[in-house]
Design a protein. Structure first.
Length: 330
């Protein structure tokens, strides 16, 4: 399986991501089939439907448990199957507004503001994500990654390539084309779709409301490894300098100590809604992506990222190094 750094863009279309060492398969097709779905965008207000669906399900489960009710009791009260309630709680089905409204009544939730918030999540969980038009080109496991990214307040990322959130279209095209050569290859339309998704994701960095805070430790090799042509690479380095005001970018030089955390790319997603969403770690591997959300795992990777930051150049020196490389390419 070929992984494209910071996009979770596995080019093996038959693979699935692993969440807590459990296989997770894309559910976006189910969301897209809902005719009432609405398209989100990469700008302010965009949502990640899969993450919202999980949030909604976890909230419904907590409310049921808080009311001391078993699945069987709730199902009997609403005259539905226990599997229907269970699938809503695990995020494996698209809940209807009236079903959730009935559940909230059974659970005794009377707070109007809280009810409105939860019912809003029902609408958001049905949204057709902004990247859906390109879903045929995108791998099966990218949906969850992009949903996490859309719902994140901040992201910490380590990568041996320029991250997808910072790539120019020419660099992205060159990297994807080169990497696809190791697998079954991409058609021109598939390549166009994957590049469009990468560029669309970048709107989160400059959106007017709550722009994404992106903290990156970039391996020095990413700056020296030419993708495409020298001109493509120079333009990519120039783009990194231009983004220095909105991204915390630090370069980890070859002389930095060898760390276990530096052996694989990883991303830590810190959610906007910390009271209801989990912090999740994505680890990219050659076989499959791992998604970790147990507190101990998250803390381990947060500590590892802190070590990598300490090993790296400051923001100012990182930008200066990139500037020097640009001058050498002129």
């Amino acid at each position: 399986m070929i992984v494209c750094c910071s996009a979770s863009c596995t080019l093996d279309r038959t693979s699935a991501a692993n969440c807590n060492v459990r296989e997770r398969r894309s559910e976006n097709d189910e969301a897209a089939s809902d005719l009432g779905g609405r398209m989100t965008t990469g700008a302010s207000g965009a949502s990640g439907p899969l993450v919202v669906r999980r949030r909604l399900g976890a909230t419904l489960r907590r409310l049921r448990e808080g009311a001391n009710l078993r699945l069987e009791q709730v199902a009997a009260e609403l005259e539905v199957s226990t599997s229907k309630i269970s699938r809503m709680e695990t995020g494996h089905s698209l809940p209807k507004t009236w079903d959730v409204r009935n559940l909230l009544s059974v659970y005794g939730l009377e707070d109007d503001a809280r009810r409105s918030e939860i019912l809003r999540w029902v609408d958001e969980s049905k949204a057709v994500a902004w990247w859906h038009p390109y879903s045929e080109a995108s791998p099966t496991d990218i949906e969850y990654y992009l949903s996490l990214e859309s719902e994140a307040a901040s992201i910490s990322h380590f990568c041996p390539l320029v991250p997808g959130l910072l790539q120019t279209s020419a660099y992205a095209r060159a990297v994807l084309a080169e990497m696809s050569g190791d697998a079954q290859g991409l058609t021109d339309s598939e390549l166009d779709g994957l590049v469009a998704v990468r560029i669309g994701r970048q709107a989160a960095l400059t959106r007017s409301e709550n722009p994404l805070a992106f903290n990156v430790v970039l391996d020095e090799g990413a700056l020296l490894r030419v993708a495409g042509t020298t001109e493509v690479m120079r333009e990519q380095l120039e783009a990194l300098v231009d983004l220095a005001d909105v991204v915390d970018l630090r370069v980890r030089r070859f002389s930095a100590p060898t760390r276990q955390a530096s052996l694989s790319p990883f991303t830590i997603f810190f959610p906007r809604l910390t009271s209801v969403d989990f912090t999740v770690v994505n680890v990219e591997t050659a076989g499959r992506d791992l998604y970790l959300e147990e507190a101990a795992d998250v803390l381990e990777f947060q500590a590892a990222f802190g070590v990598l930051v300490n090993d790296s150049l400051s923001r100012e020196r990182s930008v200066s190094l990139i500037g020097d490389l640009i001058e050498r390419m002129r």
